[in-house]
Unconditional design. Structure first.
Length: 424
């Protein structure tokens, strides 16, 4: 338990985006003095949420429902303001209004600029996103280690499927498919990657990242790609005889594009084209959008945070927001709620947050962040981990929807009963 005197000092919240304001609102509502530090950098606007199927749409609606059950301050404000695009688009007017209402609270102050040095005698909450200030990150590395901060995140290669014979692909659902490679094709692709890899030197900051590109995986040896991004896929529709490797892709029918899963590279567009040309099943493809590696900072959360979102062995430092690896506004808001209530639980001896860590949206995100031993450099997203499209027939969809809603309601009710005591 954190030393009791700490709670008498202002709680420092770093970042005044969605996660930062959500945390500040909750803590201020509980009577804590909150000092917010924000450098005004809004370069990482919240992007529109992309939909590819009805299950993902529902999951977003389920997260919104859970925020409503929790009484999320920002979500409640959006409803009062009839801001129906909340969480889907960044709205400067809404953010300014929310900030104005927050600052009307006598126990909340906003300071321009960020904090370069974290003080362990005070409670610090880092509620920043993927463009977190580099000076702050360097200071955070003193507590978690340099190897646990990732500064880059890859973006998928997207292929135009207009001239591809889709019948040559192995579709295992309406959206998930595989391009299968013979051993000859795999060897050609592997040697092409090595050829390009030998012609240039990766930037040091990207080379430092582990398991992030096809070139770094190919460098491990002939089986490097086959044991990862090109792992062979066998099912009832395929014969093991001619399959040596498989490339997993997601088909977006409305856009008629193939999103190549986890096939990330720092090679240029022409080089990516030559690599993909080694796969006969993709003959006729065009590159709609090449894979790129951008600065998108996040932590290797399982290695540096505990179950209460505190830095391990430094319990006065909490982290939430996009920096912990969440993807999207609603995931960040849900984890901001968990963070705020964890702070209150630690400082004022409340109980109940354990119910938010199981059988609901927060619980699923929490499970992804803390229960997985391997980080594969894909930002976590709820839709990938509680939906298995192949196991869901359309006739079970309605029951699936009702089941998730019921779990969110049940777990948040259990939390509130323990946290607040008996309530109406």
């Amino acid at each position: 338990m954190i030393n009791r005197f700490v709670s008498n000092k202002p709680i420092k919240v770093i970042g005044c985006g969605l996660a930062g304001m959500e945390v500040a609102f909750i803590l201020a509502n509980y009577g804590f003095t909150v000092h917010i530090f924000d450098n005004g950098d809004d370069s990482a606007k919240h992007k529109k949420f992309d939909y590819y199927n009805p299950y993902e749409i529902f999951l977003t609606e389920n997260m919104k429902f859970e925020l409503e059950c929790l009484g999320s301050p920002l979500f409640s404000l959006a409803k009062r303001e009839n801001f129906d695009k909340f969480g889907f688009v960044y709205d400067e007017e809404y953010m300014e209004k929310a900030k104005s209402i927050l600052l009307q609270k006598p126990n909340v102050k906003l300071f321009s600029g960020t904090i370069d040095t974290l003080n362990e005698t005070e409670t610090n909450i880092i509620a920043t996103g993927h463009n977190t200030d580099k000076k702050l990150l360097k200071n955070l590395e003193n507590f978690i280690g340099q190897q646990r901060v990732c500064y880059f995140h890859p973006e998928n290669l997207i292929l135009n499927a207009g001239d591809i014979d889709l019948n040559k692909l192995n579709f295992v659902s309406q959206t998930e498919c595989y391009a299968n490679l013979t051993q000859e094709e795999y060897e050609k692709l592997y040697n092409t990657v090595l050829k390009f890899y030998g012609e240039y030197e990766l930037p040091k900051e990207i080379a430092f990242e582990k398991q992030i590109t096809i070139e770094s995986m190919a460098k491990r040896g002939f089986g490097g790609l086959r044991n990862s991004v090109l792992r062979p896929h066998f099912d009832a529709n395929t014969s093991k005889t001619n399959i040596f490797a498989s490339l997993k892709m997601t088909y977006n029918k409305s856009e008629n594009v193939l999103i190549v899963n986890d096939f990330f590279t720092a090679f240029d567009t022409d080089e990516q084209f030559e690599i993909m040309s080694c796969i006969e099943a993709l003959k006729g493809f065009k590159i709609e959008k090449p894979s790129v590696i951008r600065r998108k900072t996040y932590l290797l959360t399982p290695a540096c945070l505990n179950e209460n979102l505190q830095v391990i062995d430094h319990e006065n430092i909490y982290v939430c927001g996009g920096l912990i690896g969440t993807n999207g506004s609603f995931e960040s808001l849900l984890m901001a709620n968990l963070c705020a209530y964890s702070v209150i639980e630690q400082l004022d001896h409340y109980i109940g947050t354990k119910y938010l860590k199981e059988n609901c949206c927060i619980g699923k995100i929490y499970e992804n962040l803390f229960k997985k031993s391997v980080i594969n450099f894909r930002l976590f997203n709820l839709k990938y981990d509680i939906i298995i499209m192949n196991s869901l027939a359309s006739k079970t969809y309605e029951n699936f929807v009702l089941n998730l809603l019921e779990k969110s309601k049940t777990q948040t009710d259990k939390f509130k009963e323990k946290f607040y005591g008996k309530y109406v």
